[in-house]
Ligand binder design. Structure first.
Ligand SMILES: Nc1ncnc2c1ncn2[C@@H]1O[C@H](COP(=O)(O)OP(=O)(O)O)[C@@H](O)[C@H]1O
Ligand SMILES: Nc1ccn([C@H]2C[C@H](O)[C@@H](COP(=O)(O)OP(=O)(O)O)O2)c(=O)n1
Length: 225
């Protein structure tokens, strides 16, 4: 018998392991994968490239509908394009990272991206792992399984500065905490744990341990436990 599509929501702050865990879980279980942070980064990249004033919420709101953002959902090769241009590299710059919280706080931006996320999830025939900040609370409140990943700021900063080759751990930690505070305190759909999410503290866990934990939780759900 064909298995019903399963929807998994993985939320949490930066550097807790959402992307690496979600990609691996989706690949292992044959599900699609969606990085919603990449979508907010992509719209931020477009705003910067088009000279929109990031400090002007009305200007951001007015432009929110303009860029055409397309996410490829194969966990082995996730892609993201804006108006047909591959932006996978440009969305990871420090400039975009420092501006993404302001852009993603604008309700019109969130409404646009949320609609896109829901239509991608609805179209995933075998199911999907969607990672972000508000997936379990707002985007997919009926997800079959909700996970909220956490880790100490020190562990998260060490992971991130390891990625940015040589970036100072202290300044990485400060930038990361500043972004978490902005994402958690905004009015529109802030970063938050859903009441029915399973919280996993990854500080002392290896990535394979986190992946195994989530795969087991999905399989338990599928078995109807
Ligand atoms: N449990 C873990 N232990 C050690 N490093 C990890 C762990 N989980 C993720 N990482 C590493 O931390 C970095 C950030 O992980 P990522 O999945 O991008 O986090 P997020 O999507 O939550 O920002 C990556 O380099 C990743 O390999
Ligand atoms: N569902 C989401 C996902 C991301 N965002 C915003 C807030 C985040 O700071 C940025 C970037 O998210 P991303 O997951 O790429 O961030 P990290 O790679 O974990 O540092 O996007 C959001 O508002 N809602």
């Amino acid at each position: 018998m064909e298995r019903a599509a399963v929807i998994v929501a993985i939320d949490g702050p930066s550097g807790t392991g959402k992307s690496s865990t979600s990609k691996a879980v989706a690949a292992q279980l044959g599900l699609s994968y969606l990085d919603t942070g990449a979508q907010y980064r992509a719209i931020t990249w477009w705003m910067v490239a088009n000279g929109i004033d990031i400090d002007d919420p009305a200007a951001l709101a007015a432009a929110a509908g303009k860029p055409d953002i397309v996410s490829g959902t194969d966990p082995a090769h996730p892609t993201i394009t804006v108006d047909g241009t591959d932006v996978a590299g440009p969305i990871r710059t420090q400039e975009v990272t420092s501006k993404v919280s302001a852009v993603s706080a604008v309700p019109e931006v969130r409404a646009r991206i949320t609609e896109l996320q829901r239509s991608i999830a609805a179209g995933a025939e075998r199911g999907i792992v969607v990672e972000g900040r508000d997936i379990g609370t707002t985007v997919l409140p009926d997800a079959d399984l909700k996970i909220f990943l956490t880790a100490s700021p020190e562990a998260r900063a060490a992971r991130r500065s390891g990625e940015l080759k040589g970036a100072d751990v202290h300044s990485t930690r400060e930038a990361l905490l500043k972004r978490d505070a902005a994402d958690s305190s905004r009015k529109a759909s802030p970063l938050a744990k859903a009441d029915d999410a399973v919280e996993v503290d990854t500080t002392e866990l290896t990535l394979p341990q986190v992946i195994e934990c989530v795969v087991t939780l999905v399989e338990e759900k599928r078995a109807g436990k």
